[in-house]
Design a protein around this ligand. Structure first.
Ligand code: PEP
Ligand code: MN
Length: 341
């Protein structure tokens, strides 16, 4: 259930309703909107009794939530959530957030060379895995904490915000410490203990859609994170497994308007994993922006033929600059912007 407060409700009235909800044995989630605050209730096994809450000062109404997910739902919050990381870097606002960098951090030289290039082209976020969930146990698994230290130095040097993946409890603690955004990979979208840990972290979470996850499953996975109290979640479409064999995955851009209808969370698109082929990244980036994505996640490598992972889907810096120039023009049609080069 949702407790909708009056637009003029005071902070004390909101706090009193939250206290009452906790006294009733539930968890309260105050979610401020532009017009009014909604308070989500979780932890109830059956229906919540509305009468004691409806009688409280500042309460406009109690509304049952019609969806299985509650806190991620647009019913809770009309406007899209903007995740603001400072220094002009935000996800979900008017500016389209571009997260670029190699699949994996391989060395300091590699990370710095790519960071210099993507920063010059206008990216505000740098990505690179220090922990890599690989299909084969014999493939490069990432530099672990050494990789995180390199990422921290990239932030220092270029002012880029750092997005990197956590794969388990141990890496979660380290990624939370070093990064600006914690990535949960497709293979872990339904790793519920990991989602709960992310929900208790102090940094925003980029949640990638599972390889065969439905939209409901993606939203329920996000709900795990919000239910723990971390409301800063970004969804990411990264392609799903279908019968199509001309592409590594099928990039499901139709999920963008579907998410926008159901949830207030921002959604970005990863056409690199979504297609698995370098030459498809530019056209599908254009399409993602045109379809309303709040951002892009792009794998970029200055020497893709030497990359330790995902080289065949990484674009070179020159093509990344072209991509940025093209989406800047497409964004303007939608009255959105892309950071300048
Ligand atoms: C990645 O972003 O490098 C990655 C491993 O992505 P996914 O989890 O979508 O496969
Ligand atoms: Mn990759």
């Amino acid at each position: 259930m949702l407790v909708m407060m009056h637009a003029q409700a005071s902070a004390e009235q909101i706090a009193a309703v939250c206290r009452k909800i906790e006294e009733m044995g539930y968890k309260a989630h105050p979610i401020p909107g532009s017009m009014r605050t909604a308070i989500g209730i979780t932890g109830n096994r059956g229906p919540v009794e509305a009468a004691p809450l409806e009688a409280m000062p500042g309460v406009a109404e109690c509304v049952p939530v019609s969806k299985p997910y509650k806190l991620v739902s647009r019913e809770v919050k009309e406007e899209t959530t903007v995740i603001d990381l400072g220094d002009g870097a935000a996800i979900g606002g008017t500016e389209i957030a571009v997260i670029a960098g190699p699949c994996a951090v391989e060395s300091r030289e590699q990370a710095f060379a790519i960071a210099a290039a993507v920063s010059r082209a206008g990216a505000r976020f740098f990505r690179g895995g220090a922990y890599k969930p690989r299909t084969s146990p014999y493939s490069f698994q990432g530099l672990a904490e050494e990789g995180l230290r390199i990422l921290r130095d990239v932030r220092e040097e270029f002012g880029l915000k750092i997005v990197t993946e956590a794969v388990d409890g141990e890496s979660m603690g380290l990624v939370e410490h070093y990064a600006d955004v914690i990535q949960i990979g497709a293979r872990n979208m339904q790793n519920f203990p990991l989602l709960r840990l992310a929900g208790r972290a102090s940094k925003p979470v980029l949640l990638k859609r599972g390889i065969s996850a439905t939209l409901d499953e993606l939203l329920m996975a996000a709900e795990y994170i919000l239910a723990e109290g971390n409301y800063r979640v970004i969804l990411c479409e990264r392609g799903i497994r279908t019968f199509a064999d001309h592409t590594r995955n099928t990039l499901d851009l139709s999920v963008i308007p579907a998410v926008k209808r159901l949830s207030h969370l921002p959604i970005i698109v990863d056409p690199s994993h979504g297609t698995g082929r370098r030459e498809k990244v530019l056209p599908l980036s254009r399409a993602a922006v045109a379809a309303g994505a709040d951002g892009l996640l792009i794998e970029v490598h200055h020497r893709p033929e030497e990359a330790l992972s995902d080289g065949y889907q990484s674009i070179v810096p020159e093509d990344f600059a072209l991509l940025m120039a093209q989406i800047r023009r497409i964004a303007s049609v939608l009255e959105r912007t892309v950071a300048p080069a």
